[in-house]
Design a protein around this ligand. Structure first.
Ligand SMILES: Cc1cc2nc3c(=O)[nH]c(=O)nc-3n(C[C@H](O)[C@H](O)[C@H](O)COP(=O)(O)O)c2cc1C
Length: 229
């Protein structure tokens, strides 16, 4: 049984917090901002291999994320198998084609237009790794009981943010991909009914001639998104 299902309150000293000077904090936050501004979602991947150990470290970063009551309601299917990637691509392209053909989605397609996306998803086979992030709506305990998880989308979203940051700072690029609907991913990745696919991250290096949409580099300004009290 996972240790997280057998817990009680036990306060322990906080040992990990390192005090920094304000100058150090200023510099670290500035450097982090600079480095994070170099992150871009890419859609043109090289097929150059990426060691599993790097992906594993990044997933471990994701697993260190905060979560509702520390229930860690996530699962990561990590895929390099050509066969599995090909199954995911085929199923995703069927859904994507239906989506792009659906005129009722006009408004959504209009906001996607500046990003130049379409129904062909070669990255799902070219990128050396796919990470499918699943939300665990409830946990199946060893005594057969189900335990509901709380704040699942919030927790999984934060863990995914940690993961994307870790991949970027490790020197990799990724594409967050959300085929709609995503039910086929549970089947391909053999996940139980408690799991719901949240997104696919295609992970690897950019192709030599990779391009990104200008539109994706236009970010809201600090003043547009912040109110200070
Ligand atoms: C929840 C979510 C879903 C996304 N789904 C897709 C997708 O299905 N296909 C795609 O090409 N990009 C997808 N993206 C990537 C966004 O288009 C991209 O993050 C955005 O244009 C900003 O670009 P940037 O990541 O380079 O800053 C998704 C991003 C997020 C956060």
């Amino acid at each position: 049984m996972s240790a997280i299902n057998n817990r009680s309150y036990e306060p322990i000293p906080l040992k990990d917090f390192k005090v920094k000077s304000e100058e150090e904090m200023e510099l670290i936050s500035k450097n982090h901002l600079f480095n994070m501004n170099l992150r871009h979602t890419i859609r043109d991947f090289s097929n150059k291999k990426v060691p599993f150990s790097i992906i594993k470290n990044c997933i471990k970063v994701a697993c260190s994320a905060p979560s509702g009551a520390n229930l860690q309601p996530w699962h990561f299917s990590i895929i390099s198998s050509k066969l599995v990637k090909s199954k995911i691509r085929k199923a995703a392209e069927i859904e994507e084609q239906k989506f792009y053909d659906d005129l009722k989605k006009d408004e959504w397609l209009k906001v996607l237009e500046p990003l130049g996306t379409h129904a062909d998803k070669p990255h799902l086979e070219v990128a050396p790794w796919l990470i499918v992030v699943f939300s665990e709506r409830y946990s199946q305990l060893s005594n057969g009981e189900k335990r509901k998880n709380y704040y699942v989308p919030e927790s999984v979203g934060i863990a995914t943010g940690f993961l994307i940051t870790a991949l970027h700072l490790s020197g990799l690029s990724c594409l967050t991909h959300t085929p709609n609907p995503m039910g086929f991913l549970s089947k391909v990745c053999n996940r139980p009914s408690s799991n719901k696919a949240s997104l696919i991250l295609a992970v690897g290096y950019p192709a030599n001639n990779a391009k990104i949409p200008l539109a994706s580099t236009i970010k809201k300004s600090f003043d547009e998104v912040v109110s200070v009290f």
